[in-house]
Design a protein around this ligand. Structure first.
Ligand code: ATP
Ligand code: MN
Length: 430
């Protein structure tokens, strides 16, 4: 019976394993193979004089990254990975790999990110790459656990839509029979409509599509967004929810993913402490102006250089709050006592923005006015606006970028490393 490599211990008398040939070392009288499955690597030691000739033939013939079956006795040995080895009683090549390999899975030869992504299936055989996606999976699970236990309902909203969420140019048009349609930038309007449907607490983890013009290390054209919306809540309540969620995700990774963190050589994994600092927008731009040579004024966006400078000063996760109404979307709620500012926030990691959220406008007239003030036509949003005329609870929510969460947590240099098959301007295959 097959057992995972990690579970092969000197205590097992016999073991049968399946995996890839990670390495072959022929020392004349002795051949060492390393066999890898998703749980680890084990040494298979073949003393040429002591094994059956058909085993020796197969071992001599095998190429790296071929899939094999090995069965034999287990021995304790200090120098081998995991302190044990298998001496084969049978050895079978199940699927032979061609050589040379497009990519060195054993990582002796470094590869550029582009080469790695071209051969992603091989790249993902590398333990440190595989670790990223096992951790990402644990993050998705942690988010589900956190939100379900907080009483959220999981929804799925359309990705083919007729109108832009926020207007703007970041849209991918698609051919949809005789109509014009787009890939959705955000589930924003739909999750708000489900607040109008009385669901009170909804979440969705799904793709968002953005026709980002520029090639950057933190933008994808297809990303994954963790989106929530809550009725009878303000921006403060959903900021608290967001920081608690981030902490609980980190805590789960620390608790359950130790072997993967070790594989990635992340020695100091720390769970951020709540509450995260709340930094008013005005103070944020003051910090940026102190630390950079590119002055920004009230009402400007916080660009990459400013983001970095502010992050260096803050040192850990923080929120930027009290944004100018003019630079946030029409659905952000202005403060009653000063409508030039709104109840929007961004969650920041010192390296970059992770999430944007706000208390939303729930009053129909105000919403229509704000849509007009952004130069958009309320008529193209009538499917969204109608629910606001038939009883809309006050509500708030946010969208958190999954890839940026993974990237910042694991200190990845490029967002493309946090997604299996990234989509960018130049990459549509694989
Ligand atoms: P940025 O200013 O960094 O481009 P944004 O403010 O345009 O981001 P939002 O519309 O606020 O992005 O989307 C919410 C979150 O979704 C972002 O904070 C980010 O984590 C994630 N996100 C948005 N666009 C992208 C993208 N192109 N690639 C990866 N993640 C994205
Ligand atoms: Mn944003």
């Amino acid at each position: 019976m097959r057992i995972p490599v990690r579970e092969v211990t000197p205590g097992c008398e016999k073991a049968e394993i399946y995996g890839y040939i990670h390495e072959v070392r022929d020392l004349g009288g002795l051949v060492f193979l390393l066999v890898r499955d998703r749980t680890g690597i084990i040494q298979v030691t073949v003393p040429k004089k002591k094994v059956a000739p058909e085993i020796l033939d197969a071992v001599r013939d095998v190429s790296r990254e071929s899939v094999v079956r090995v069965a034999g006795s287990v021995r304790a040995i200090d120098k081998a990975p995991g302190g044990r080895e298998i001496v084969p009683e049978s050895f079978e090549i199940i699927s032979r790999s061609e050589s040379p390999l497009p990519l060195d899975v054993a990582e002796k030869v470094p590869a550029e990110l582009d080469t790695r992504l071209d051969s992603r299936f091989l790249d993902a055989r590398r333990p440190r790459v595989s670790a990223v996606f096992h951790i990402r999976s644990a993050i998705v699970q942690a988010v589900h656990e956190f939100l379900y236990s907080a009483g959220f309902v999981n929804i799925t909203t359309p990705k083919i839509v007729a109108a832009a969420t926020e207007g703007g140019t970041e849209l991918f048009p698609i051919a949809y029979f005789e109509k014009e349609a787009f890939l959705n930038q955000s589930p924003q309007l739909y999750k708000q409509m489900m607040i109008g449907a009385g669901f009170e607490r909804v979440f969705e983890i799904g793709p968002i599509f953005r026709a980002e013009e520029h090639n950057t290390t933190k933008h994808l054209n297809e990303a994954t967004s963790i989106d929530v919306e809550i009725a009878y809540a303000d921006h403060c309540a959903v900021m608290k929810l967001l920081e608690d969620l981030v902490v609980s995700v980190y805590a789960k990774v620390e608790r359950d993913c130790a072997p993967f963190l070790e594989t990635m050589e992340i020695e100091e994994f720390s769970v951020p402490k709540t509450p995260f600092q709340r930094l008013p927008y005005e103070e944020a731009i003051a910090i940026a102006n102190r630390r950079t040579d590119e002055p920004i004024r009230f009402g400007d966006d916080i660009g990459t250089a400013a983001e970095k400078a502010i992050g260096e000063e803050m040192g850990d996760h923080y929120f930027i709050v009290d944004w100018p109404t003019a630079i946030k979307p029409y659905y952000a709620m202005p403060y009653e006592d000063d409508p030039t500012l709104c109840k929007a926030f961004d969650l920041m990691h010192p390296r970059m923005e992770l999430s944007s959220g706000a208390q939303r406008v729930h009053q129909y007239d105000l919403l229509v006015r704000q849509i007009r003030e952004k130069g958009l036509n309320p008529e193209s949003f009538s499917f969204y606006l109608t629910p606001f005329r038939y009883g809309m609870p006050p509500h708030a929510g946010w969208g958190l970028g999954m890839e940026r969460l993974v990237m910042t947590m694991l200190d990845l240099q490029n967002i493309r490393e946090a997604v299996l098959f990234p989509r960018d301007r130049h990459r549509l295959v694989p």
